[in-house]
Design a binder for this molecule. Structure first.
Ligand SMILES: [Zn+2]
Length: 233
C-alpha cells in the first residue's frame, strides 16, 4: 500500500522542503514510519545557536557524574546525568545537544578531571596528640600542603579545628578510616584470632542457604553480613 508522508517539522509545524537529507528525532517510541519526528533546517539552526555553552560545572558524588550547564542565552540545565566519552572526546548528557556542544563540554570535563586529580591526597601522616586528638600532615597530588591539621571524632563525625576544603576533608576521612583499620589489624594480630567455622562436608540436600543458619552469624563478630556462615556456596 502506498501512503504519503507529509514533510512537516515536528517542532515548529512548518512544511519542510528537503534537499538531499532530512533531520529527524531519534525516538525509540516511534513504531511507524508515519510517526517519525522530522525537524526543519531552521529549527536545527536555532537548536545549534541555542547550545552555546557559557559555563559547565561538573560534580561527582558516589560515582555519579552530573553537570550543570549555563548557555550564553541564560538557560540553565541543572545536574544533568552525563557520560564523558574519551574516544570521541565528547560528553553525552540526558539532554539532546549538538555534537559541537558535546565537544565543548568535554573541554570543561577535562579541566574538571585534572583539578579533581590534583585534589587527591598523595600523602597523609598521622600523629597522636594529647586529649585524644590527632593531627595529620597532608599533601595533595597537586602539591597543596596541610600541616598539623588537628582533628577529633565527635558523635561519629570527624571534625577539624581549622576549616579545610571539602576535598581535603573527604581525603582525610578516607585516610583515617584505613589508618584505624590498619591499627585494628595490628592490635588483633598479637591476640588469638577467633576461628571461622570449619567447612564440613555434608550432603548437598542439607545445604542451607537461608537465614535459619544465621544464629552464629548475627553475634559472631566476624563483621560479615553473609547469610551463609560458611560462605561461598
Ligand atoms: Zn521547524
Amino acid at each position: 500500500m502506498i501512503r504519503t508522508l507529509p514533510l512537516t517539522c515536528s517542532r515548529c509545524g512548518k512544511t519542510i522542503s528537503a534537499q538531499d537529507h532530512l533531520y529527524y528525532q531519534d525516538d525509540f517510541t516511534v513504531q511507524s514510519f508515519q510517526d517519525i519526528k522530522l525537524i526543519c533546517d531552521d529549527c536545527i539552526r536555532a537548536w545549534k545557536e541555542k547550545w552555546q555553552i557559557a559555563s559547565a560545572d561538573f560534580h561527582e558524588k558516589n560515582y555519579v557524574l552530573t553537570v550543570t550547564i549555563t548557555l550564553k542565552n541564560g538557560t540553565v540545565y541543572e545536574n544533568m546525568d552525563c557520560t564523558p566519552m574519551e574516544d570521541t572526546e565528547s560528553v553525552v548528557t540526558g539532554e539532546d545537544i549538538p555534537r559541537e556542544a558535546q565537544h565543548e563540554l568535554y573541554k570543561y570535563y577535562v579541566a574538571f578531571a585534572q583539578k579533581r586529580e590534583a585534589q587527591q591526597i598523595k600523602d597523609c601522616f598521622f600523629t597522636n596528640r594529647e586529649g585524644g586528638k590527632m593531627s595529620a600532615d597532608i599533601t595533595t597530588v597537586g602539591g597543596e600542603q596541610y600541616d598539623n591539621l588537628v582533628f577529633y571524632v565527635e558523635d561519629g563525625y570527624l571534625k577539624t579545628e581549622q576549616d579545610v576544603p571539602d576535598y581535603v576533608m573527604d581525603g582525610l576521612v578516607t585516610a583515617y578510616k584505613s589508618y584505624l583499620a590498619q591499627e585494628e589489624m595490628l592490635s588483633t594480630a598479637s591476640q588469638p584470632v577467633p576461628r571461622m567455622p570449619q567447612r564440613k562436608p555434608m550432603p548437598e540436600s542439607q545445604w542451607n542457604t537461608g537465614e535459619s543458619f544465621g544464629s552464629g552469624n548475627a553475634t559472631g563478630g566476624f563483621g560479615r553480613q553473609n547469610r551463609n556462615p560458611f560462605g561461598g556456596f
